[in-house]
Design a protein around this ligand. Structure first.
Ligand SMILES: C[S@@+](CC[C@H](N)C(=O)[O-])C[C@H]1O[C@@H](n2cnc3c(N)ncnc32)[C@H](O)[C@@H]1O
Length: 239
């Protein structure tokens, strides 16, 4: 007898081989698999990662639309509808897997759902299965270690205020800038302005069609910018 609950499964950044064994098993065992889709380019990515692990003939495969708006209030209705359906399925005895790109606890869509479930449906059991984040996969693809010994590592959305971004780049040994595509030029200019010996790498669509690693930010053109991209900045030159 399965234990009814919601399980957030991190499916990794793109390559299905980076899905954990536990994640793959739970995807196969689930009664219902929910994939959030947005109006962004990552919409179909989670589908493609899990396609080989689910079976539409045996399992209920749902998509929940999570629109991406600047104003969170405009997204609240979609999150509430998603939470209500998930809660109803779990209360009906189903084991529900909610798929998230990378890791569920790192800037993930799942966190909206998680907050509502904790607040409004406390009887619904929730489990989180970690996934390999885009940060880990990008560091490996770029051949750029994130930290050693007492190195300090910062992770932040690149859309952060410029002064704080500058200070973070000065304070930390390694800085990971997520969601960089819209502010890429600002980041590139800021790095030039700060100067010093730093290695900055732009990584896009890791594990997916169109994957690319730019070891020199000056070579990145506008058409190379993608929502699924990040920049890693590390102190020191390339060995
Ligand atoms: C909403 S966050 C999701 C992060 C995800 N939960 C994780 O653990 O990687 C989306 C951001 O993650 C990064 N990202 C996710 N997948 C990526 C990929 N395959 N390649 C490069 N960056 C990726 C990008 O910075 C993107 O803007």
């Amino acid at each position: 007898m399965k234990n009814p609950r919601l399980i957030a499964v991190g499916v990794g950044p793109g390559d299905p081989e980076l899905l954990t064994l536990k994640g793959a098993r739970l995807l196969r065992e689930a009664d219902v698999v929910v994939t959030p889709i947005g109006d962004r380019s990552d919409s179909s990515v989670a589908h493609s990662i899990i396609a080989g692990f689910v079976d539409a003939g045996r399992q209920q495969l749902l998509t929940h639309v999570y629109p991406m708006k600047k104003n969170p209030a405009e997204m609240e209705d979609a999150w509430q509808a998603s939470a209500a359906e998930v809660a109803a399925l779990v209360r009906a005895g189903k084991m529900v897997v909610f798929v998230t790109l990378g890791d569920p606890f790192l800037y993930s869509t799942f966190l909206y759902l998680y907050r509502i479930l904790l607040d409004q449906y406390p009887d619904v059991a929730v489990e989180v299965v970690p996934g390999i984040s885009s940060i880990n996969a990008a560091a490996a693809a770029a051949d750029l270690p994130l930290g050693l010994a007492s190195d300090r590592i910062a992770i932040l959305p690149a859309t952060f205020e410029e002064d704080k971004l500058r200070q973070t780049l000065l304070d930390f040994d390694t800085v990971v800038l997520m969601k960089v595509h819209r502010v890429f030029d600002r980041v590139r200019n800021l790095l030039k302005e700060i100067g010093g010996e730093r290695r900055a790498v732009y990584v896009k669509r890791i594990g997916l069609a169109g994957e690319a690693v730019f070891q020199n930010l000056d070579e990145v053109k506008t058409e190379d910018l993608d929502y699924l991209s990040l920049v890693i900045v590390a102190r020191g030159k390339r060995d």
